[in-house]
Design a protein around this ligand. Structure first.
Ligand SMILES: *Cc1c(COP(=O)(O)O)cnc(C)c1O
Length: 429
């Protein structure tokens, strides 16, 4: 019934439909466990033979309702919530790649994701090749190996603000018989739905616009239901061969291509690694989602006005915002983000790191925070904070220059934000 509705209607009403006399708000099922009359009934749940709840580490009704809302908004068939965006990206990859496997990823990704891939997942035995997302199909294809299991990129990269050519990436992934995994955190399903362009799996840090109020760290994974794992059984044995930890069930046979990926991620990864979102957080996230389609246009409007202002300022070296006609990604943004991109503007100041520090210390409305995509405007100097573990060469490859400031426009009045920026730039010598 909700499937054919607009994203806004899905944001408000998707995922939870109360029956007569039931609470209008989504109930917070604050319980670790669920009661059954017989051990036999519970045994069936453990064997995935019957649907139902038995322990919140695996599934909880509040989380499921909110995950279903996100699945609807993205146009997917199944979704799960995770404790953070980091856990979402870890699970999305680890669900199909084992030690000895390989992943191709865009260089232009969130610093935390780069660290996860390049350091921690390498320790798990998974190899990564990073490719320039703007490179040609041939160049990106050259990074693939027989043991490559996925291609990964971000719709709008944090903080480089590059826009991904999702159709190009999807074609390359599918030519190599692997899924395209897209982190859609910055665009949100309000501004871009990567499945419509061929992506197979979408991840989110719900900590950002989806929550939107800086209240809860969280993540989500959504499956499009389109990737046919069973067509490549040797490539994806975890989904197409018996899982001995569940009495030999085969995920693709039991749950189809619409449900296999998320069921496996829940049944194996959540069971064993336990990065579940708390039901209380899912409740807050749901409140954020209900206004996402109303908030995003305002974030974008503020982003556009501030990008335009900065681009005319003599102390500003350059501005990255794909809504500016001169921006390198303007064309891709027109195609993939016709209603707006996000509220995050990156810019470089003349005067290097020192000028960045002076500018930021003088801001009065915008706060210095390790955060983006909040109702309150915030800003950050990535080179000395989120990306400080990266070498200068890695920084440049990721488009995060040492003199780059990431400014995340909140929902305040643009005129006040511009006045704040103006006086802070005046203070820069
Ligand atoms: C913040 C962020 C993450 C990590 O999410 P957390 O919720 O902080 O763990 C992943 N990807 C992108 C694009 C992000 O902005």
């Amino acid at each position: 019934m909700m499937k054919n509705k607009g994203t806004g209607t899905k944001a408000v009403q998707g995922g939870y439909t109360p029956k007569n006399g039931e609470p209008r708000q989504i109930p917070i099922v604050q319980s670790t466990t669920f009661k059954y009359a017989t051990g036999e009934e519970m045994g069936k749940l453990f064997d995935l033979e019957a649907p139902g709840y038995f322990y919140t580490r695996l599934q909880n009704p509040t989380n499921d309702a909110v995950a279903n809302k996100i699945a609807l908004m993205e146009g997917g068939t199944a979704a799960m919530l995770t404790s953070s965006g980091q856990a979402a990206n870890l699970f999305a990859i680890f669900n199909i790649a084992n030690a000895g496997d390989h992943i191709v990823a865009s260089t232009s990704i969130y610093g935390g994701t780069f660290n996860l891939f390049n350091t921690t997942m390498r320790k798990m035995g998974i190899d990564f090749t990073f490719v320039d997302p703007d490179a040609s199909e041939e160049e990106i294809s050259a990074a693939f190996r027989p043991n490559t299991k996925a291609l990964f990129g971000e719709t709008i990269a944090n903080p480089a603000l590059t826009v991904l050519d999702i159709e190009k990436f999807a074609k390359i992934a599918h030519d190599h018989q692997v899924p395209l995994i897209i982190d859609n955190t910055f665009a949100t399903p309000v501004n871009c739905r990567p499945f419509e362009w061929g992506a197979d799996i979408v991840t989110h840090s719900t900590t950002k616009y989806m929550d939107g109020h800086g209240a809860c760290v969280g993540g989500a994974i959504v499956d499009s239901g389109n990737f046919d794992w069973a067509a490549y059984p040797d490539k994806f044995p975890g989904l197409t061969q018996p899982d001995e930890s569940y009495h030999g069930i085969v995920y693709t046979e039991r749950f189809g291509k619409e449900g296999a990926f998320i069921t496996k991620a829940t049944a194996q990864l959540m069971r064993d690694l336990g990065a579940i979102q708390s039901p209380q957080h899912a409740f807050y996230l749901n409140n954020g989602l209900e206004s996402l389609h109303v908030r995003m246009p305002r974030h974008c409007e503020n982003g556009q006005k501030i990008a335009e202002y900065l681009s005319k300022h003599p102390k500003v070296k350059s501005v990255q915002y794909c809504g500016l006609p001169g921006d390198k990604y303007y064309g891709l943004a027109q195609k993939y983000l016709p209603n707006g991109s996000c509220g995050v503007v990156s810019f470089r100041l003349d005067g290097g790191r020192q000028a960045c520090e002076q500018f930021m210390n003088n801001l009065k409305l915008a706060a210095i925070e390790t955060h983006v995509a909040d109702a309150r405007t915030c800003c950050l100097h990535p080179a000395s904070t989120t990306h400080r573990q990266m070498s200068d060469a890695e920084l440049e490859a990721a488009g995060v220059f040492p003199d780059l400031i990431r400014y995340s426009c909140g929902l305040e009045d643009a005129a006040d934000l511009i006045a704040d920026i103006e006086q802070a730039l005046e203070a820069v010598e």
